[in-house]
Design a protein around this ligand. Structure first.
Ligand SMILES: NC(=O)c1ccc[n+]([C@@H]2O[C@H](COP(=O)([O-])OP(=O)(O)OC[C@H]3O[C@@H](n4cnc5c(N)ncnc54)[C@H](O)[C@@H]3O)[C@@H](O)[C@H]2O)c1
Length: 374
């Protein structure tokens, strides 16, 4: 007898929740979804249909698949309707108390083996689980925006998450075609943490007088689809600043996550990037690669390699996992461990030593090699 198809719950039908609901529904899972805001509930089916229709128009989806996906979606008016769910994913407001409160209500409704997953970007999973009667059923399933297009999902258990729940969440999510990478319950998980030096070292170069065009052109020449400053322009300098400040605070104000004044100045000036019409580079494109492009790329990649080794040293992940996450989460041409193989350890360590020697005193610790790298 084939086991029944797991039922997925999604709470919060904003940017992420609606996309997450679509991902599981498209894979044939029944999805029960809701939002605290009535207009978000009432419009959810139409919004998902519009997203599916765009894929039909682009020739990426058949009409039959569009209808089949929509038929899996049930919009609920109450949390009691989530009782049959095997896995509930919350994508509500990024506030610890709100997420804890929601999970506290859900654990009285779900079966004892029902999994509670959070899509949080910045709140420790163990903090969301704290105070629940069964914290072992809580873990993070961190999707990327837009969930339907981004292949990566970071799976972050906390110390008490049950292996059985970790495996079940992984198996169900892999059936949607996503690549699920396990990572520790650490700030920024893998991608948002290991990406920090991509922006940070570009901002350090900018502070030394290099132009945004030179920096981005160097990374394009090294195979990156977007340079770091163009990526800030795409994401929004305000979003990037908030993420940088959050990581800096979460990592005890370590200089590896230094908040560079140039980023704060962009936000203060309203030069947020594409959304404001003016960014570090936007609306311009990077010019030709400078003569020292390879040196700039080696510098940025050396700091990416170092950060990845610091994360690795904290446990709960693997070099392959980090590489895959960085390729899929950021469209990087190679992960940090692949970059290490490309450049060789001596070149990376020499680069870090040179940067350490040249850095102003408060920033020297940015370039201290991680235990597994030195
Ligand atoms: N936007 C991103 O790029 C991104 C990426 C990864 C993770 N996340 C995380 O996903 C979560 C949702 O982000 P988003 O960008 O989709 O936000 P959003 O503001 O677009 O949507 C949040 C939705 O949740 C609803 N909501 C708020 N409180 C609720 C509650 N108590 N019960 C039910 N519904 C409630 C809101 O009405 C809203 O529709 C956040 O935790 C965020 O950090 C966001």
């Amino acid at each position: 007898m084939t086991p029944p198809t797991p039922i997925i719950g999604v709470i919060g039908l904003g940017t992420m929740g609606l996309g997450i609901a679509q991902v599981y529904a498209a894979a044939g899972f029944p999805v029960i979804a809701t939002d605290a805001h009535a207009p978000a509930r009432d419009s959810a089916r139409d919004r998902m249909d519009q997203a599916l229709a765009a894929r039909v128009s682009a020739g990426k989806l058949t009409e039959a698949a569009r209808a089949a996906t929509l038929s899996q979606l049930t919009i609920a008016g109450t949390l009691a309707e989530f009782a049959p769910c095997d896995l509930v994913i919350e994508a509500i407001v990024e506030e610890r108390a709100a997420k804890q409160d929601l999970f506290r209500q859900l654990e009285t409704i779900l079966r004892p083996d029902g999994i509670l997953a959070t899509n949080t970007s910045s709140i420790p999973v163990r903090d969301i689980a704290a105070g629940l009667a069964h914290p072992a059923r809580v873990l993070a399933l961190h999707f990327f925006n837009p969930p339907s297009a981004m292949k990566l999902v970071e799976l972050a258990p906390h110390d008490e998450s049950l292996t059985q729940h970790i495996n079940t969440a992984r198996q169900i999510t892999e059936k949607t075609g996503k690549t699920v990478i396990q990572c520790p319950d650490r700030p920024g998980f893998i991608v948002n943490r290991c990406a920090r030096p991509f922006y940070g070292e570009a901002l350090a170069l900018l502070a030394e007088g290099r132009t945004p065009s030179d920096i981005d052109a160097a990374m394009l020449a090294a195979g990156y689809r977007l340079g770091p400053l163009s990526l800030v322009d795409l994401i929004g300098a305000d979003i990037n600043l908030a993420a940088t400040r959050g990581m800096y605070a979460a990592m005890g104000n370590h200089p590896r996550y230094h908040v560079f004044p140039a980023l704060e100045a962009q936000v203060a000036a309203g030069h947020l990037g594409r959304k404001s019409g003016q960014g570090f580079l936007h609306p311009a494109q990077p010019g030709p690669a400078p003569a020292d492009a390879a040196e700039i790329a080696l510098r940025i990649e050396s700091t990416l390699i170092n950060e990845a080794h610091w994360l690795l040293a904290e446990g709960g992940t693997t070099p392959d996992g980090i590489d895959t996450a960085m390729r899929l989460g950021l469209n990087f041409p190679r992960g940090p461990f692949e970059a290490l193989a490309l450049h060789g350890r001596p070149a990376v360590l020499q680069t870090l030593a040179r940067l350490h020697a040249a850095a102003p005193q408060p920033l020297k610790a940015r370039y201290t090699p991680a235990p597994g790298l030195a």
